[in-house]
Design a protein around this ligand. Structure first.
Ligand code: FAD
Ligand code: PHB
Length: 406
């Protein structure tokens, strides 16, 4: 469909990341129209290397939505994770501690590719390389999205706008000053991440605490390893030639009887660590979801999963509204999502605080506390169960009812 073919849609979705694409697909399955506007190219969004850990609830939803075929074929199901400190590894068995639950390793860009393919097959509109998206009239019953596409100025009138445009998007800023409360914590470190063409050195993820800083061993496939190193928040990637990266990884992961396999580095990037929540997640006819409204530090592997959990609630609420004029779901959207958001926020902050070297820890007090916490986790079934339950993901919740809305 060309941009000329429409001037109105039920749900105008800004952003073709996991949040926007899952929302569009869920709505399509309910017979609700949407248009997705994305400012980057298809190649760019399909190639953007980010998350890798999918919670059980995310996997179940993608399968139920009919976009899980390749995920089931190629995703790597993990039943545990290793915590490494003092040069010794300790396994946390998720399945044993959570009644058989686990996680699946499948790259975010693969999820995005599968969702884009399904969207295109459905014939529902998804526009790439859209410029200057402007939400207007969100306080009225007829919000709109102004934008430019193919050099032409357009306006799309909507019943509802879904802001799924990530942390640096425009939708959150469309809310009038003072209507949202913003809470933020910026960590004094970042992650340097690489993809290497080499088989993973371990069957499971390794979260490693070391005096030199945190390190994480992950993977994308039996041939591709994903590795991260704690670095400065504004680290200059030019200061990290491949040899330095491998030397640092070897130093941090050092463990008797285990060695890290090296291979060609095919991707490198630095990510800052931030916690952020904007409340409420709605203003008028604008509903915010995913990174547009909350950011978690990557240590808990929760960002993509939270984005999916948000839009699941939003799709249910919109379905009730469009089908029966029942507004209660939309009114309860924020109240339904925020408890999960804050629990994930706490888990990600806790994992981050436990594993990273604190830059101002001159006498090693914080490092001793971290080691005590890690020792406890690996010797107490109760403590390990808490980590496992949060890591595999809390159950998806149903919509809040009117009396729970504050
Ligand atoms: P995004 O993926 O950011 O999508 C937003 C989309 O909106 C983008 O396509 C963007 O181009 C588009 N957009 C932005 N502005 C505009 C505009 N003005 N107009 C139109 N379109 C716009 N999460 C996990 O759950 N597990 C993990 O293991 C994990 N690891 C991570 C590792 C790293 C290194 C990083 C950086 C993140 C990680 N995350 C992880 C977080 C996860 O990637 C994000 O939480 C997730 O991408 C959020 O999805 P989203 O759709 O809300 O936002
Ligand atoms: C990843 O594989 O990219 C990954 C894994 C675990 C995390 C963060 C990122 O906590």
């Amino acid at each position: 469909m060309s941009t000329k073919d429409f001037t109105h849609t039920q749900v105008g979705i800004v952003g073709a990341g996991p949040a926007g694409l899952v929302l569009g697909h869920l709505l399509h399955r309910q017979g609700i129209e949407s248009v997705i506007l994305e400012n980057r190219s298809r190649e760019y969004v399909e190639g953007r290397v980010r998350a890798g850990v999918l919670e059980q609830g995310t996997v179940d939803l993608l399968i139920e939505m009919g976009v899980g075929e390749r995920l089931q074929r190629e995703g790597l199901v993990h039943h545990g994770v290793e915590l490494r400190f003092g040069g010794v590894g300790h396994r946390i068995p998720f399945d044993e501690l959570t009644g058989g639950r686990g996680i699946t390793i499948y790259g975010q860009q693969e999820v995005v590719k599968d969702l884009i393919a399904a969207r295109i097959e459905s014939g529902a509109p998804l526009l790439f390389e859209v410029d200057d998206v402007r939400p207007t009239g969100i306080d009225t019953d007829s919000p709109a999205l102004g934008f430019r596409h193919g050099g032409e100025e357009r306006e799309l009138r909507c019943d509802v706008v879904a802001g799924c445009d990530g942390f640096h998007g425009v939708c959150r800023d469309a809310v009038p000053d003072g209507a949202l409360t913003l809470r933020e914590h910026v960590y004094p470190f970042g992650w340097l991440g690489i993809l290497a063409e080499v088989e993973p050195s371990s069957d499971e993820l390794i979260y490693c605490h070391h005096d030199r800083g945190f390190a994480l061993h992950s993977m994308r496939s039996p041939q591709i390893t994903r590795l991260y190193l704690q670095c400065e928040p504004d680290e200059d990637i030019e200061r990290w030639p491949d040899e330095r990266i491998w030397a640092e990884l070897h130093a941090r992961f050092e463990c008797k009887g285990w060695s890290l396999k090296e291979g060609p580095i095919v991707e490198k990037g630095v990510t800052p660590m931030r916690s952020f929540v904007a409340e409420p997640m709605q203003h008028g006819r604008l509903f915010l979801a995913g990174d547009a409204v909350h950011i978690v530090p990557a240590t808990g592997a929760k960002g993509l999963n939270l984005a999916v959990a948000d839009v699941r609630v939003l799709a249910d609420a919109l379905t009730r509204w469009f089908a029966a004029g029942d507004e209660s779901g939309l009114r309860g959207y924020s109240a339904t999502c925020l408890p999960r958001v804050w629990k994930a926020q706490h888990f990600a902050w806790w994992m981050t605080s436990m594993f990273h070297r604190m830059p101002d820890d001159r006498d090693g007090f914080m490092a001793r506390l971290q080691r005590a916490q890690l020792d406890y986790l690996c010797s107490s079934r109760a403590a390990a169960t808490s980590l496992a339950e949060n890591y595999v993901g809390l159950k998806h919740v149903v919509l809040a009812t009117e009396d729970q809305i504050v």
